[in-house]
Design a protein around this ligand. Structure first.
Ligand code: NDP
Ligand code: OXD
Length: 321
């Protein structure tokens, strides 16, 4: 607690997310701290912590006693896009609940492509009974995870349990049992050359912006059991060059894609992705942040920080994630 035993208030600043359920959870979990959605003036001295998703521009910049910013998402690109971001620690979500949800999504989409879900759904619409007797086994398919962090590692291990060959690519070298690990720019080509299905769980940073582009698609394998590779992006829309994806689908460089995230969200009604036969669209729902599982650990961190203990799950400002 603060020295005066009067813990500072929490500012909840969410864009595109109804605050009510978060406010209710905060009130239940942190009855000793008041939460507000608007500070009392730009330089409200009572605010010590901010809980944010795409915080309103200038919402945080002038709060003189702000101690830390808590992102309600695992990704923090939405925090860095604030031009007035104050120089306080940023804590991101690392949660077993979020991780489990993301792995469910990844396994679901990998299996859907592997077991010809898009094709059979279309056949049902067209009333066509045509089975594929030559489906490869999971053990014949290599799934490559771009971003072998909290989410990517768990997804990789779950895919291993299903029998897929799994590799991963990260910025720094990793060692994950049963997973072939590649790192850095020199690790990218061997990773791309051996991945039949690529799952993207990278953060959006200056280094990864539009990394999913025509140059990268040209470096992917062309010889896998699925023919051209399949791309599944559940990271961020800013990772992808959308014109290049459409072109790669149309030229056969990619055989199918699942996209959970887009450059513009919600996806505009006239986007070609909605109707493209090789595209599966989900509405940024791969892994939802649930107030009931996230607020408890956040408030515990605030209280621990006030007692002088270090914050965990801190964002590296220099790396941008
Ligand atoms: P982590 O920070 O734990 O992992 C990120 C991974 O990406 C790390 O392995 C990191 O490498 C790697 N990476 C970062 N930059 C580079 C680079 N330049 N080159 C190669 N590898 C790089 O994040 P999480 O796993 O928790 O989350 C990943 C992302 O998933 C989030 O940033 C968010 O954008 C997205 N997300 C999407 C959701 C959705 O519903 N669609 C829900 C939750 C998250 P290293 O290990 O060396 O640091
Ligand atoms: C996240 C997200 O980053 O929901 O957690 O996208």
């Amino acid at each position: 607690m603060s020295e005066n035993n009067n813990p500072g208030r929490i500012l909840l600043s969410l864009t595109g997310w109804a605050p009510d359920v978060w406010l209710k959870q905060l009130a239940e979990t942190a009855p000793h701290r008041k939460t507000v959605v608007e500070p009392e003036g730009e330089s409200d001295p009572s605010i010590e912590y901010a809980v944010v998703w795409k915080p309103r521009p200038k919402a945080l910049g002038k709060l003189p006693r702000l101690k830390a910013i808590f992102s309600v998402g695992a990704g923090v690109d939405h925090v860095f896009s604030d031009p007035d971001l104050p120089d306080v620690p940023i804590v991101r979500v690392v949660s077993p609940d979020l991780t489990a949800r993301m792995s469910e999504y990844v396994v679901w989409q990998v299996l859907d492509h592997h077991r010809l879900g898009p094709r059979y759904r279309q056949q049902q619409v067209d009333r066509i009974w045509e089975e594929d007797r030559d489906q490869p086994a999971a053990s014949e398919i290599s799934v490559g995870i771009m971003g072998l962090g909290e989410l990517g590692t768990d997804a990789a291990l779950k895919l291993r349990c299903l029998g897929f060959k799994v590799s991963g690519w990260s910025r720094t070298a990793k060692n994950v049992e049963g997973v072939t690990c590649h790192a850095g720019s020199e690790g990218l080509d061997p990773f791309l050359a051996t991945s039949d299905i690529i799952v993207v769980l990278l953060p959006l940073t200056p280094d990864t912006r539009e990394i999913l582009n025509k140059d990268l698609f040209a470096r992917m394998t062309k010889r896998g059991p699925l023919g051209a590779p399949i791309l599944i992006n559940a990271g961020r829309g800013g990772l992808q060059n959308e014109a290049d994806i459409l072109n790669a689908l149309d030229t056969g460089q990619l055989s199918a894609v699942t996209l959970d995230v887009f450059q513009q969200e919600p996806l505009p009604a006239d986007s070609p992705f909605w109707t493209h036969p090789k595209v599966t669209v989900t509405p940024h729902s791969a892994a939802a942040s649930m107030p009931a599982s996230l607020i408890g650990p956040m408030v515990a961190q605030m209280d621990a920080h006030d007692r002088g203990e270090p914050l965990t799950n801190l964002v590296d400002r220099k790396a941008g994630y």
